[in-house]
Design a protein around this ligand. Structure first.
Ligand SMILES: Cc1cc2nc3c(=O)[nH]c(=O)nc-3n(C[C@H](O)[C@H](O)[C@H](O)COP(=O)(O)OP(=O)(O)OC[C@H]3O[C@@H](n4cnc5c(N)ncnc54)[C@H](O)[C@@H]3O)c2cc1C
Ligand code: FES
Ligand code: FES
Length: 1334
């Protein structure tokens, strides 16, 4: 390349603005640049590994030869800045913003209530934007254009556009609706609750009410000035060779330098898996070498260059398949499989070659290696100056490719699939549509000949490839291939023998999780492939790899009854700030610009559960500025990181670390990246001499009497006489056991803080915390300063779910300590791995129970022994004992006795997570009910009804919390739900379905809940400014739950209903602004938890407004007498002239005896399990939930759906594992799988019951934040019932088995667990049975 075509300066555009950068580290990512070097903060860091979508941007490249701009999403956390040379980047702010006006995507996300905490929202918007852009720039030519205001995108494509993005708050349904509202084929009546029109609104066309989308007037994503930019970026440390020979020369020259580390790079997405702690000195970008970007088709097959992206490869394979005319070829199967590899925004930049090299060199569990192996591919490689072509099989078996070798391309033979040629690929993973590694993948190619007389088949040739099951690389099972080839007229016996042989061939490496399951999946795949080939399989129902139900959310309905009694309270108005959340302008802690001289921090945590810490060393290469430990606590300060009503906890381990994950030190450095690198490469010298073994289980804790004390006033009271109840029983179960695991919060925004030293030993701390007032105290104690020297400010959280109530205190305190010592601002944004390891999570428990019951199912006595694992510190754990008993009392057990112990173990401290204790309590209750039903072979529903409370027994179990008789809505809800969900008809249909299907079973379960909540005191402050605008402060924190929205509505109602003229229809909503919590402005803020902070904040605000009303009423009356009516602004002006005090403070304290109350709801869920894979599909969930008189039905609906889906995560998907030393090993998006849009119920119907007046409640409203989470147990119990069906069938096949009517389905009911209970060897049993029947 000519010298003048080279540039040392990196040129690109962000949101149309030109950027020229010359001084940068080559390892800097686009995300780092955007967040730390520009004003654009909408890209959020959720994981840093390509697994969440929070950082998605749209990247556009100009193809000068075709004069075409190509735009696609990428994860900015993995994209290297240098690789965006001459590219244009659009972030959510670039779509629209407060200044220039919002984009309809932003407005529709807000209007469909699709943004709660908002941390995922900009990424979601960008994913949708990219799909709209591509659909509308290249309309489907044959199709009629969509109506004005709509896109060419179809509804399922619209949903698909965000299928790779994660959201922890909403449950996805409203996001799907916002996306579908753009689709050309959407039925507008199917769209969910929104603020554009009311349900039942007959006005047409409704589409006109949607913010207008002009598909013909798209944002210019690629500025002209970039099109004129010439040359290629070439500089020391970032090389862009344009030919193979130049690449060779570059490689040789760099590798000749001692200590120089070089990385060949295409998309850099491999970094998402192999986190490179030590950055490379040199990068060679392979994308400019023509041989590596080739896509060439000839009669033998297709050659795909190593630098071709997965997305481009998919398009090319589909294109070539189509070009070859009728029928399918191997290509289309490969393309379909590739569509489930990684995420959309990863596939757009990830290369085929990068994937294969990762598989070859580092044993990455690749899909692409396996499917290309199955298809019989070869690869072309350049080794030094030699060019080599070898089979992929050989390549994978080579020793790891050295850094001087380059993969050039892969050649996939062309094979047409037909009557005698079969090709199939397989992958089963925790998420059906991708964004999860496969448990095992496979690709099979068979050439057969059919006998005309017997219809039997003879296998002439077969290739069976398996990979990703805990094996170095994808392999072919040659022994089975050889066994099958040549078998005349393949028989069931052959198939049985083949699967038995396969079990011996698929052997995962030691330490592979779910090893037995992976092997059984291999068998299922082979069975699925071969069985239909055998004549016997004519009626075989395919259950793996079917493309049915690709549209994930098929439908959803929301029934809400609004009331205008307290208008605008009760209106489903859009969430305050939702549009700025969507555009990314909403400011979270890490978005606050760094003050001058700001430093960044990262934690060094213990990896051992119990050890003496002799020293902590960091590597000087990473230039840490300081390492802060307990020894840096200033004079007068205390090593304290947590304060709750149960005491103080240390900030750092002192000489002894007492839990894996305990903070040992805080490294402070110039950037967050350097701090992270210094922390993760730190070496800790542990000493174990003379230490007792750590306590790692509740059993160990019992043996060593290691318990926390529960204050007697918190310990719940026993009910009735257990022995007497047992005496009355006809049947007794004397011992049964269940275990419930932990769960990680997975808020999208990890823990973060910014501490800024102020004059006179003061400290200002911005923190993402749910309890600023407590944090305030902790910081003061730690620093040894009076509390008035500390100020904690919290505006909004990117999700909390309880994880930022207590566990964020040490994070912010450590930051404050570092800032105090160094006299410089210090900030921290804890990376996902550290967050997952340090922060703890839900309390795991072991429950043993005994109970007695009558022959009709009435339970007479229940006793529970509950061992709660609290971890190393007390946190808020004593409350758990109280909370467990809330939902547990939902049935009339006759007598209820229990013994609960709070075990102190050497594990990270467990903390409150949404519905803490309550979740477990309700599960225990339902388990006992189900146990009785199983024991007596009764319908569970009958047993449930038999044991449901009358109002009298409810009073007996709950005391005054039970309220008044008309408030006990559960029996009504229960019956209503059975009717509205068509329970009886569906039970019949399920029976029929199960009779007709061998490998899929369905079941349905209805679960009720009673949930007790407590309303806590909270402060509020309302001030009216001179222009009549109103500013509100409350103790509660906006964590996405809509607290600000409800507070705003309450303020508007309380002031306008008294002070505004009803005839003028004055609405003060637009005049109210709720502002951040500042602990020096408003004291006694308390905790935001327990579902009731919104209503108590509203109550506090109402008290403030009442004060203001009292002050202003005389003026209003006087002015009204004079002029007939008075406008708000005039009233305020008059008030100012008369020196009215326009600021009112109040501290809301519930009236004694009214602070606790009960919430009711029920859910019915229908599931389908796959007996070959263990997959559970949630076909439908219907919920009815009593919100009293909802303060805002849209907000409450969001809480109900979001909580339910988080509950699905707990019951079905999220596995939070530790190693043998108690260190969390589920520490990334790779290993921890929260629900994604493809795993929520396919039909999702929610009704909010308006149960009208509740005397002691805030404007008759009730809580919604936590209780609905418990309802997800309906999915678990339906799964269990479906497994029961599978087990019945299994026992009918196999003489070896007996059908045990009662079995325990563990939580979470992961695919491996379900499969295990359905029989890991059910295929063998089935075949044996078929053979024996002849
Ligand atoms: C969130 C996520 C999920 C994923 N899920 C899956 C999945 O389900 N299934 C699956 O199969 N894969 C999955 N992947 C892996 C993904 O396919 C690879 O990361 C990607 O294909 C690598 O391509 P790249 O261009 O980004 O490689 P890079 O990251 O640029 O490079 C990867 C490695 O290969 C080397 N390299 C690249 N090209 C060459 C070459 N031509 N010659 C020699 N060395 C080379 C690089 O030096 C580097 O060591 C996932 C990745 C992510 C981030
Ligand atoms: S932060 Fe980039 S994908 Fe999660
Ligand atoms: S709104 Fe999606 S993560 Fe909070």
């Amino acid at each position: 390349m000519a010298q003048e075509n080279m540039r040392e300066i990196l040129i690109f555009a962000i949101n149309g603005e030109r950027f020229e950068v010359s001084n940068f580290e080559p390892s800097i990512t686009l995300l780092e640049f955007l967040r730390y070097h520009t004003r654009f903060k909408s890209v959020k860091l959720g994981c840093g590994e390509g697994g969440c979508g929070a950082c998605v941007v749209v990247l556009s490249r100009y193809d000068i030869f075709n004069d075409q701009v190509k735009s696609f999403t990428v994860s900015s956390c993995l994209t290297l800045l240098c690789s965006v040379d001459k590219c244009s980047i659009i972030t959510s702010e670039g779509l629209g913003n407060t200044k220039d006006g919002f984009h309809p995507i932003h407005e529709r996300f807000a209007g469909f209530h699709a943004s709660q905490c908002g941390f995922c929202t900009p990424g979601m918007c960008m994913s949708l934007f990219s799909s709209l852009l591509n659909a509308d720039n290249s309309p489907h030519e044959d199709d009629a254009p969509p109506p004005s205001g709509f896109s060419n995108l179809t509804a399922s494509e619209a949903e698909m556009s965000i299928s790779s993005n994660l959201c922890r708050c909403t449950g996805y349904r409203p996001i799907a609706d916002a996306c579908k509202s753009f689709a050309s084929d959407v039925d507008i009546e199917d769209l969910g609750l929104n603020s554009f029109w009311k349900k039942g609104d007959s006005s047409n066309p409704k589409a006109d009410k949607l913010p207008f989308y002009d598909r013909d007037n798209q944002i210019n994503v690629f500025p002209q000035f970039l099109k004129n930019e010439l040359g290629v970026l070439k500089r020391q440390s970032w090389y862009t060779p344009t030919s193979l020979s130049e690449l060779q020369v570059t490689l040789i020259s760099i590798l000749a330098e001692k200590d120089e580390r070089v990385k060949l790079v295409v998309g850099n997405t491999g970094m998402g898996y192999y986190k490179e702690i030590v950055p490379f000195h040199n990068y060679i970008d392979l994308r400019y070498i023509p041989e590596l970007s080739v896509i060439r088709m000839d009669q033998n097959g297709i050659e795909i260059g190593a630098a071709v992206t997965i997305y481009e490869a998919i398009s090319a394979l589909k294109r070539e398949n189509e070009a070859m005319g009728e029928g399918e070829s191997v290509f289309v199967k490969i393309a379909n499989h590739m569509e489930k590899v990684a995420t959309r925004f990863v596939r757009n930049s990830a290369s085929i070659g990068g994937n294969l090299v990762m598989a070859q060199r580092k044993h990455f569990p690749s899909d692409i290696a396996t499917i290309l192996l199955g298809a019989g591919s070869t690869v072309n490689i350049q080794m030094d100056s030699k060019f080599v072509t070898v089979s992929l099989e050989e390549f994978l078996a080579w020793p790891p490719l050295d850094s001087g070798s380059v993969l050039l391309s892969v050649q996939i033979p062309h094979t047409k699939i037909g009557n005698e040629v079969f090709f199939e690929t397989y992958r089963v993973s925790p998420r059906p549509l991708g964004n999860a590694l496969a448990y095992i993948n496979a690709a099979f190619l068979a050439e057969v000949s059919r006998s005309e007389t017997t219809n039997g088949v003879t296998v002439n040739n077969i290739r069976l490839a398996f990979g990703a099951y805990g094996v170095e690389h994808a392999i072919r099972v040659r022994n089975i291939e050889e066994f099958l080839v040549g078998k005349k007229s393949l028989q069931l016996e052959d198939l049985l023998e083949a699967v038995i042989m396969l079990r011996g061939s698929i052997i995962p490496e030691v330490g592979t999780t779910h090893a037995a399951y992976r092997r059984s999946l291999a068998v299922s795949y082979l069975f699925d492939f071969l069985y239909p080939l055998i004549g016997a399989g004519d009626d075989f129902e395919k259950t793996i790899n079917t493309n049915e139900d690709q549209g994930f959310l098929l439908s959803g309905s929301q029934v809400v009854e609004t009331s205008n009694e307290y208008y605008p309270v009760g209106e489903p108005i859009a969430k305050t700030g939702a549009t700025i959340q969507a555009s990314g302008e909403a400011v979270y802690v890490d978005d606050i610009p760094s003050p001058p001289s700001c430093l960044h921090a990262a934690f060094i945590y213990s990896t051992k559960p119990l050890a003496r810490v002799k020293g902590v060393k960091t590597i000087s290469e990473f230039l840490p500025v300081d390492v802060i430990t307990f020894q840096d606590i200033p004079n007068g300060g205390v090593n304290v990181g947590v304060k709750t009503d149960f005491g103080l906890e240390p900030l750092f381990a002192d000489e002894l670390t007492r839990a894996a994950g305990q903070p040992l030190a805080l490294v402070v450095s110039d950037t967050q990246k350097h701090a992270n690198m210094a922390a993760s490469s730190a070496m800790v010298d542990y000493d174990f001499e003379n230490l007792e073994p750590p306590i790692l289980t509740v059993e160990d804790a019992v043996e060593r009497s290691s318990f926390f004390e529960v204050p007697p006033n918190l310990y719940p009271k026993q009910i009735g006489d257990f022995s007497k109840g047992m005496d009355e029983a006809d049947h007794k179960i004397l011992h049964a056991e269940i275990r419930l695991p932990s769960q990680y919060y997975f808020y999208m925004e990890t823990q973060c803080a910014l501490a800024i030293p102020d004059e006179d030993n003061c400290m200002v701390v911005y923190s993402s915390v749910q309890s600023p007032a407590y944090l305030h105290s902790v910081i003061a104690i730690c620093l040894g300063v009076p509390e008035h020297n500390v100020r904690v400010i919290t505006r909004r959280l990117g999700g909390g779910f309880g994880g930022k109530s207590v566990r964020s205190m040490p994070v912010s305190t450590a930051c404050a300590l570092a800032a105090f010592k160094l006299r410089r601002p210090v900030r921290i944004y804890v990376n996902r791995k550290t967050d997952m390891i340090m922060i703890g999570g839900r309390h795991p428990m072991k429950i043993t129970y005994s109970f007695g019951f009558k022959s009709d199912g009435k339970i007479t006595a229940l006793h529970l022994d509950i061992l709660i694992d609290a971890g190393i510190t007390i946190d808020l754990s004593p409350l758990i004992t109280h909370f467990i008993m809330g939902p547990l009392r939902e049935y009339n057990w006759g007598a209820l006795s229990f013994d609960m112990k709070l075990c102190k173990t050497n594990l990270s401290s467990k903390s409150s997570m949404r519905a803490p204790g309550d979740l477990q309590g309700s599960f225990i209750a339902e388990t006992v009910i189900e146990h009785v039903a199983s024991s007596l072979s009764l319908e569970v529903d009958n047993v449930r009804k038999k044991n449901m409370h009358t109002f009298d027994s409810l009073r007996n179990f709950y005391g005054v919390s039970a309220g008044e008789i008309h408030e006990y809505t559960l029996p009504f809800i229960y019956d209503k739900l059975a009717v509205t969900s068509h329970l009886d008809e569906r039970i019949k249909m399920i029976k029929e379905f199960n009779g007709n299907n061998t490998w899929r079973k369905r079941a349905i379960s209805l679960v009720p809940i009673i949930y007790e909540v407590t309303v806590s005191p909270i402060p509020g402050k309302v001030s009216i400014l001179q222009d009549g605008s109103i500013v509100v402060e409350v103790g509660g924190i906006e964590i996405g739950q809509g607290l600000w929205t409800k507070v705003k509505q309450m303020t508007a109602f309380s002031l306008s209903s008294n002070l505004c003229n009803a005839d003028d229809d004055e609405n003060l909503l637009d005049k109210v602004r709720v502002i951040q919590t500042d602990t020096l402005s408003l004291v006694q803020g308390g905790f935001t938890y327990g579902s009731t902070t919104s209503e108590s904040s509203c109550a506090a605000v109402k008290l403030c407004c009442d004060i203001l009303v009292e002050r202003l009423m005389p003026i209003k009356n006087r002015l009204c007498e004079q002029t007939g009516s008075v406008k708000w602004e005039a009233l305020i002006t008059a008030g100012h002239l008369e020196s009215v005090n326009f600021a009112a403070n109040a501290y809301y304290v519930p009236v004694a005896g009214t602070g606790d109350y009960l919430n009711y709801g029920a859910a019915v869920s229908e599931v389908e399990i796959n007996l070959l894979t263990g997959e559970t599909k949630i076909l439908q969930s219907d919920i009815i939930y009593d919100c009293g008189q909802s303060l805002n039905p849209a907000v409450d609906l969001g809480q109900i759906e979001g909580a339910f889906v988080q509950g699905i995560g707990f019951y079905m998907r999220e596995e939070y594992l530790t190693n043998s030393e108690g260190l969390v090993i589920s520490d990334s998006t790779w290993t921890y799988k929260i629900p994604s849009i493809d795993t929520i119920p396919k039909r999702f119907n929610v009704e909010i019951l308006n149960s009208n007046h509740h005397k002691n409640r805030v404007l008759s409203s009730k809580a919604s934040g936590e209780p609905p989470l418990l309802l997800a147990a309906s999915v678990h119990f339906a799964t269990k019932a479906a497994i029961k069906e599978a087990r019945k069938q299994l026992s009918s096949w196999s003489q070896r088995r007996t059908d045990s009517s009662y079995f325990h389905l563990p939580v979470p009911a992961l695919m491996p667990v379900v499969k295990e209970l359905c029989g890991l060897d059910n295929v063998e049993s089935y075949l044996e049975n078929q053979i024996s029947r002849g």
